[in-house]
Design a protein around this ligand. Structure first.
Ligand code: PAF
Length: 281
């Protein structure tokens, strides 16, 4: 695996590879890598000639400074894991490399994606995600970008970004990897103790139960039941349990039996904010 810290050098290398006809698969991450990330890398390897992973904890996407400061950092282990996986190139920029002096933040027209669900509870978050992914796409210029479905809304936002900026990059969404308990793999799980990790499996169990009860008509009571059961199980806060249109993420109050739906959750356990989702139809 080749390590690049400077975007100019990386760019030169990748332009050469692209000119040789090699397709570039790109997996952007914030490090603290787990099996879910490695699954993205393996999928990227299956579908591309060369796989590049980036590790950059992007300060502009954290609306909570404490969350940024406590974001897990396991860089030595990350490098070992990537070396053992199929990753060909690691891009490890510093903040100055991504946001050089004189960098002017764009504003991205994300429409309602910015005001619903994660957009509502994490103001500014998706602008920050777009800033960094825009910079990374401009440097890497990948044929395909690989993202995890666990961040359902982020996938939709980045699809919008690709469209807005007319990048010649395809987005490939990779299914969520789960622990045996059903807990969605996430770097944030590292901040949970063993007992809490077991407890956190209730999120996926709740969404699965909701799915089993779904029928046309009013759907809000299903969400309220899951929220209530999580609070009773010891989760300290529920930002949302929501059933939304799978294409637009607009909340659905009453299901017509046809519209494709997704159920999404954002909850706090022992001070850690966890998100998950499952397609319902
Ligand atoms: O999902 C993440 O890890 C981050 O939001 C991303 C896409 C790497 C941008 O910082």
């Amino acid at each position: 695996m080749i390590l690049f810290k400077k975007s100019d050098e990386l760019k030169k290398y990748l332009i050469k590879k692209t000119a040789e006809g090699i397709s570039i698969g790109f997996v952007p991450t914030m490090g603290a890598l787990h099996e879910g990330h490695l699954f993205l890398v393996r999928t990227a390897k299956e579908k591309s000639g060369l796989v590049i992973t980036s590790i950059f904890v992007n300060p502009t996407q954290f609306n909570d400074q404490q969350d940024y400061l406590h974001y897990p950092k396991t860089i030595d282990q990350d490098i070992l894991l990537l070396e053992k996986s199929a990753c060909d190139v690691l891009f490890l920029p510093d903040v100055q490399e991504i946001y050089p002096s004189g960098y002017v933040a764009n504003h991205y027209a994300l429409g309602s994606l910015e005001t619903v669900l994660e957009g509502k509870y994490r103001p500014g978050h998706f602008q920050g995600v777009c800033q960094v992914v825009d910079r990374l796409l401009a440097i890497v210029m990948p044929s395909t970008l690989f993202l995890g479905q666990k961040d359902y809304q982020q996938c939709m936002v980045i699809e919008r970004l690709i469209d807005l900026k007319q990048y010649a990059t395809k987005l490939y969404v990779v299914p969520t990897m789960r622990e045996n308990s059903g807990l969605a793999m996430s770097s944030r799980n590292l901040r949970l103790n063993e007992q809490d990790r077991e407890k956190a499996a209730a999120i996926h169990a709740g969404l699965t139960h909701l799915k089993s009860r779904l029928q046309p008509g009013k759907v809000q009571p299903l969400c309220d039941d899951v929220a209530m059961s999580l609070l009773q199980a010891g989760f300290e806060k529920v930002d949302y349990i929501s059933i939304a249109n799978a294409q637009t993420l607009e909340p659905v109050e009453e299901w017509d039996g046809n519209t494709a739906l997704v159920a999404l959750a954002a909850v706090f356990l022992s001070g850690v904010r966890l998100i998950d989702n499952i397609p319902l139809t």
